[in-house]
Write a protein that binds this ligand. Structure first.
Ligand SMILES: [Zn+2]
Length: 451
């Protein structure tokens, strides 16, 4: 058994609790004892300790675009062309090297579980690798190297988009790498990816989008997820053009189409959900879906501001993702949810600090199929993140302002100790096994060939 003594710990309420002794055994929290002096044999965690953070939406390879796509005038669609150039360059070995560094960056930011929305399945031209899930295996190995949990959301991606004449068009040359050809072939491959499951890895499903998956195929994905009791995610209404094409082709918004095909349920997470109608909000809320907002990406891509408060008030849960990794900082994503809402509504205080922390922890984990993680409680997985209270950003916090300081002022750089599955992954702000900055530099320049 291991013991950690927390100067402060957030146990899920409206304030942090002082002097908390945590006992872990076999990767689980087995004791939570508030108001205890630090025993001699306990690891002393100075600052405030939170449950591990869940990054509910990631495309690991997008990390190579940071700083390279923030130039010139453009849109989501012009950014996507640059993203496709990067996708075309990866193979299982280079993706493993890149992803292990990206997941290392996540670990250092306090992210102990990532939902990898994975669609880069095949080789150039769509030729399958000898090992059908070679890319998924590379991602699972990368997460294991970095010491964080992974939910591999195996995405179905079959079409290149919906054309103005209301048809799904074939995938282009890069998109061929994403496609299994048809939904049953996707399901066969997704079933084989279940072999990757372990105590640190779970497998879920994804409908890439209404652009890439036709209605009959999204039904196959939903049925697969239900049969395997797995989470299912989809990009939803990130762009208005997507809504317009969907309505033209099917007479339904993307949310209404997903609802008609049986995708909406508590196991479903709608990623982005930016441009929604009132009926869309009602459908997602009353089905108790989770919404994964990715505010730093949505800002970067000029997507817009999603109706987070309205969705929450209608019954949806909220989670957070760094998506394209313009930055990897769940504190920034959390405060952006509230601050963007302020800009849109001209009202302050729609999402308070405890509710934003719940989005970053327990609700994010639940959306990734880890209902046993994301809380500091007896029986939960032993994933802990300790944040400094003596940095230039966090100094001055008091008992009453601690959670607000975390959410509205702390950054990933303030994370100094991370435990995953009862093992120390980050200590004194450094990753225990990966030189993350060096490996990021090498892997990114190798992929982008721009040394
Ligand atoms: Zn995405």
């Amino acid at each position: 058994m291991s013991s950690y003594w927390c100067q402060w710990a957030w146990l899920g309420g409206d304030t942090a609790t002082a002097d908390v002794l945590l006992q872990t055994s076999g990767g689980l929290i087995v004791g939570v004892l508030p108001g205890v002096a630090c025993p001699a044999d306990a690891v002393r965690l100075t600052g405030v300790t939170l449950p591990g953070l869940a990054n509910a939406h990631s495309h690991a390879f997008h990390r190579v675009l940071r700083g390279r796509t923030q130039v010139g005038v453009g849109s989501f669609w012009t950014w996507r062309e640059q993203m496709y150039l990067a996708a075309a360059r990866l193979d299982p070995d280079s993706y493993h090297r890149l992803a292990r560094a990206v997941y290392g960056e996540m670990a250092m930011a306090g992210i102990t579980c990532v939902g990898e929305f994975h669609y880069l399945h095949h080789g150039p031209g769509g030729t399958p690798y000898d090992e059908l899930n070679a890319m998924g295996e590379a991602l699972a190995a990368a997460a294991a190297d970095a010491g964080i949990r992974l939910t591999l959301l195996d995405a179905c991606y079959l079409h290149g988009g919906i054309s103005a004449d209301r048809r799904h068009v074939p995938p282009n040359e890069v998109q061929q790498r994403f496609s299994d050809g048809d939904a049953l072939s996707w399901a066969t491959r997704a079933t084989s990816s279940l072999a990757l499951e372990s105590p640190m890895c779970r497998v879920g499903a994804a409908v890439h989008s209404v652009r890439a998956v036709d209605p009959a195929s999204m039904q196959v994905v939903a049925t697969w997820a239900e049969a395997h009791d797995a989470p299912v995610h989809a990009h939803v209404s990130e762009q208005q053009v997507e809504n317009e094409r969907c309505v033209d082709a099917y007479g339904l918004t993307p949310v209404a189409l997903l609802a008609e095909r049986g995708v909406l349920s508590p196991r479903f997470t709608a990623v982005h959900a930016t441009h929604l109608s009132g009926i869309d909000i009602e459908l997602l809320g009353t089905a108790h879906c989770t919404i994964c907002m990715c505010p730093t990406t949505e800002r970067d891509l000029a997507d817009g501001i999603g109706p987070a408060m309205a969705l929450r008030d209608m019954g949806a849960r909220l989670s957070l993702g760094s998506d394209s990794h313009a930055v990897i900082d769940l504190f920034e994503e959390a405060r952006a949810l509230e601050l963007d809402e302020r800009l849109g509504s001209l009202v302050r205080g729609s999402h308070d600090a405890p509710s934003l922390l719940r989005a970053a922890t327990v609700d994010g984990h639940a959306s990734l199929g880890w209902p046993d993680a994301g809380a500091i409680s007896v029986g939960s997985l032993a994933d802990l993140v300790t944040v400094r209270l003596d940095s230039v950003r966090t100094a001055g916090a008091t008992d009453a302002s601690m959670l607000e300081t975390m959410v509205f002022a702390a950054s990933a750089a303030d994370v100094h100790h991370v435990v995953v599955d009862g093992r120390v992954v980050v200590s004194d702000g450094a990753h225990r096994s990966i030189d993350v900055a060096h490996e990021l530099h090498e892997a990114i320049l190798d992929v982008m060939s721009d040394r």
